[in-house]
Design a binder for this molecule. Structure first.
Ligand SMILES: [Cu+2]
Length: 228
């Protein structure tokens, strides 16, 4: 028991600076939105997308080409969660999650590639920086998304792969923490793919620090299931 506690404290201490920002994707009553749709994250922080209803995805675009994979317009591969049908997981008492690590302070633009969800406003930004460029706001991104004729999904297997880490944490209070997640890393510039759904995690709620080790690239990726 004492050994277990000491080991846990060591683990938590090692990652205490890393925050996890939880973003809900969709909802049980069909909302076409990311919530929150604007996140400020530091380098090394994690974004955990929790799929709450429907069948959505998280894909990366650039500002100028909403609803279209960033790889179609730049040399960046971008992230893509694939489609995450929540009902299939609910039967097991779990929800899908998709976690990426932020490795740059520059703005990151995301959209849902399902149907016309992007046009409907299912988009978000990480590290919006209107101080650097006032026109590159989330509001303008939404307006631009609204008039796109197509909503294009990235091809599924984007990015490279790296080592697999398994980490674990514990639950306390209303904070969330992960049970065990399997992560697949990524290559250099903003890439990675969610390979497989992995095992359990516990609890819901606010962003917190959890024991996610990372020898990942610019945007490392973790695919996991979260218990309801
Ligand atoms: Cu969607």
């Amino acid at each position: 028991m004492q050994f277990t506690t000491a080991a846990l404290l060591t683990l938590l201490g090692a990652v205490s600076a890393q925050k996890v920002h939880v973003v809900s994707v969709g909802s049980t009553n069909g909302t076409l939105a990311f919530s929150p749709d604007s996140v400020t994250a530091d380098v090394g922080d994690m974004l955990q997308f929790q799929f709450r209803g429907g069948n959505h995805s998280v894909a990366q675009s650039n500002f100028d080409n909403p609803c279209s994979p960033i790889a179609d317009h730049t040399n960046t591969t971008g992230i893509f969660s694939g489609y995450q049908p929540v009902a299939a997981s609910q039967a097991m008492g779990m929800i899908p999650t998709y976690t990426v690590m932020v490795a740059a302070k520059t703005p990151l633009w995301f959209y849902c590639s399902q149907a016309k969800h992007c046009q409907a406003g299912m988009v978000m930004v990480v590290n919006e920086n209107t101080a650097a460029n006032s026109s590159r706001s989330l509001a303008n991104f939404k307006a631009l998304a609204k008039v796109q004729t197509a909503n294009v999904a990235p091809s599924t297997a984007a990015g490279g792969s790296a080592s697999t880490n398994t980490t674990s944490g514990s639950t306390s209070g209303t904070d969330s923490s992960s049970g065990s997640t399997t992560s697949s890393g990524s290559d250099s510039t903003t890439s990675g793919s969610a390979a497989s759904a992995a095992s359990s995690a516990v609890a819901t709620g606010a962003a917190t620090t959890i024991g996610v080790s990372s020898s990942m690239g610019l945007l490392g990726v973790v695919a996991a299931m979260l218990m309801l």
